[in-house]
Design a protein around this ligand. Structure first.
Ligand SMILES: C[S@@+](CC[C@H](N)C(=O)[O-])C[C@H]1O[C@@H](n2cnc3c(N)ncnc32)[C@H](O)[C@@H]1O
Length: 335
């Protein structure tokens, strides 16, 4: 196959959202779950999902052309490796991520012009309020958000565990730990470790089920609150994964100072984020940075920006530990 010319490559980039919105539709109508037991005809799928058979056929034919589902017998579709993660209940499911990306995120990206002109969040323009306020008022969307975080960042839990030694640590606090998937994995691997999962009260309320089904309720304290007010005391390590990138410098400083307040001597702070490298090379964090600009109003930062931010909050950055993925672990101690 000849390599696409620059204008052809640009065509593909310009229309990139056609694919992501088609994936959204397949996720919304739960097509992958209907194919768990094997291929189905378009008639069966349309009936099961209350959709228009011809339109659904065109959707699945288009997706099959990029490897998501496959048409075997005419007008019958089956799962493929790229379609399997769209099932709801498989480990590493991407369904919630596809739902969030195709709904709130897509509607926010439509307002990108506003963010670039003003530096303000397009999400607030599109939805009339900040993202975390919106989620606290929309439990169904909040549930999707929590699961989407696992879909997008879940595989980082293992990566963090391989890159950082938690053995010998007494208590780990996961600040803004969402539904507890990261802390559950760390506790499962370190049987002497105790945990504190801290997040907004409505998130903690829902997280209780997942911590309970992981059999970790006796080793993991669940604390609801806001990190803009305070965070729980008593941990040896304070972990924040994809928290600081959600906020501008001023709000990040408040969160960091509240952590510092709760931390005693010899405790450590671990920030897990995409640390932006210099240069033009592809790096997912550069686009995640735009998501931060558009949605919560935060940013991805360089190592020097983290060092300066931590310094202002009374911390000393001790090391930036690279991992096998794009995220790094930024370790800091109280100055
Ligand atoms: C981008 S998600 C990251 C979740 C998780 N740490 C992960 O890596 O998957 C940000 C988290 O911050 C939480 N959060 C937002 N505002 C908060 C606040 N004021 N206090 C505590 N947690 C908050 C959200 O509920 C959400 O779970």
């Amino acid at each position: 196959m000849t390599k696409a010319s620059p204008p052809q490559q640009l065509d593909q980039m310009i229309s990139g959202y056609w694919i992501s919105q088609a994936i959204y539709a397949a996720a919304k109508f739960n097509i992958a779950d209907h194919l768990i037991d094997g291929p189905k005809s378009i008639g069966q799928l349309a009936e099961a999902t209350s959709t228009n058979a011809d339109a659904l056929y065109r959707l699945l034919r288009a997706l099959a052309s990029v490897g998501i589902f496959a048409e075997g017998e005419p007008r019958h579709f089956a799962l493929t490796p790229l379609a399997e993660p769209l099932q709801s209940d498989v480990p590493g499911s991407k369904r919630a991520l596809a739902l969030m990306a195709g709904d709130e995120q897509f509607r926010t990206w439509a307002e990108i012009e506003y963010s670039i002109q003003t530096g303000k969040t397009a999400f607030d323009k599109a939805f009339g309020k900040p993202i975390f306020e919106y989620l606290s008022e929309n439990p169904d969307k909040a549930r999707i958000f929590d699961a989407a975080m696992v879909g997008i960042h879940g595989r980082e839990s293992d990566i963090v565990l391989s890159a950082y030694d938690f053995s010998g640590v007494g208590v780990l606090a996961d600040i803004g730990g969402g539904n507890g998937s990261q802390i559950s994995q760390v506790l499962n691997r370190n049987s002497d470790l105790k945990g504190i999962l801290f997040d907004l009260p409505h998130v903690i309320e829902r997280a209780k089920n997942s911590i309970e089904s992981a059999g970790l309720l006796d080793r993991c304290e669940l604390v609801g609150g806001s990190f803009f007010e305070s965070v729980p005391e008593g941990a040896d390590i304070y972990l924040m994964r994809h928290i600081i990138h959600d906020w501008d410098d001023e709000k990040s400083l408040t969160i960091l100072r509240n952590c510092r307040q709760a931390m005693s001597a010899n405790t450590k702070l671990l920030i897990v984020e995409s640390v932006i490298p210099p240069g033009n090379d592809p790096f997912g964090g550069k686009f995640l940075d735009l998501v931060m600009l558009l949605i919560p109003g935060g940013k991805e930062r360089t190592a020097e920006e983290y060092r300066a931010l931590l310094d202002q909050a009374g911390f000393e950055l001790t090391q930036v530990i690279p991992t096998t993925s794009e995220v790094s672990i930024i370790e800091a101690v109280k100055r």
